[in-house]
Design a binder for this molecule. Sequence first.
Ligand code: S3P
Length: 435
Amino acid sequence: MRLKARFAGPLTGAARPPGDKSISHRALIMGALAEGETRIQCLLEGEDVRHTAQAVRLLGARVEQGSDGRWIVTGAGGFNQPSETIDCGNSGTAARLLIGATASYKLSARFDGDASLRKRPMNRVIAPLSQMGARFDGKQNCLPLIVHGGALKGITYRSPVSSAQVKSAVLLAGLHAEGETVHVEPERSRDHTERMLGVFGANIDQVEIDGALCPRVRASKLRGTDIYVPGDPSSAAFPVAAALIVGKSDVRIEDVLVNPLRLGFFETLLEMGANVSYEERRDPIGEPIANMVVKSSKLRGANPPPRRAPAMIDEFPILAAVAAFAEGETRITGAAELRVKESDRITLMVDGLRACGVDAEELPDGLVVNGRGPKSVRGGAEIRTLGDHRVAMSFLVLGLASKEPVIVDDADMIATSFPGFATFMQGLGADITAL
Ligand code: S3P
């Protein structure tokens, strides 16, 4: 389906974004590995998470929705031989976390995904899991591949990339390995796996290596528990960005996860002069939550430090769109990982921005956007998204503040992370319609 976004006056009101995608995947996987029942409130019901739910069913867990809307996972205390291929759809998180979690069980599991996921590198999890003792069959370290699991030995793994997916694969494998498993990465990535493993009763702590605290896990039995999934900051990023660039807007995005390892985009916005504040901070579940209050703002270009990249890895596309409405240069570096996301997000964002009349340029590990301030963006283009959900949402937000409407060629994949995106934005007054 094609969607069109155009300017229609200020955005106002309040809304809660859907549940956090990272926490939703982890709750299903750990619930399935645990003994007993896990009840999950506000699970993201997006396509990516549905693939994880179906995967853990194939691996032996029961997953059903209760009459109160909560999802109930009844774990088998480990994983069993699946009867068919595990289809991870578009989701790198599903693939990498499940490959790690299955690798320590005596089973052979075939993993596959859609055309985009089949192109994404899996060697980053195959390498540490092979060192631990798992075996793999497949071509060129991509999906489809078969994991031959079995008795693993714990390792200290020094990952060349900062990736929560790699870290989670290693730690989940370590839950059922001999000895201790430690993960070391260049910059700290999101820590939801570590936090949630503690809630499920795992034997997890931190150890100092080269001056940094690194997670360490030992063989553990998980116990079913209750999980509450806060709103996803990576989804909140889109209405927050829209309110900043559409003049006279004033919105409240409620119940958002504000884990500091997810806030790089919002920190950068503050440096750009954005009027974004947090209200009613709370921490009922081992993860911090707050409401975000946003008012349209005059923005200046920014130069986020490369070490911040893991804390805003999914928000670079929307940052590039916002940068078009700031005064001056925004220079994004240290973000080469963007080339191996659901699409090559550097090339797609630069192509789309140029099509909308914005001065933008590719770097090997990022991009430069020369913003010309509010009301400067022409728009008036149909954007090629290659089925990338975050690229599609970024250009729809850009269209809300452009002089001419912006069309995205295929908005279906938005349902992988933000089901109901158009309706959510319409609720705040945005003009986003199907063509
Ligand atoms: C995620 C980690 C990030 C992020 C993805 C979700 C996770 O990927 O881009 O959307 O839930 O662990 P990387 O670990 O590849 O950076």
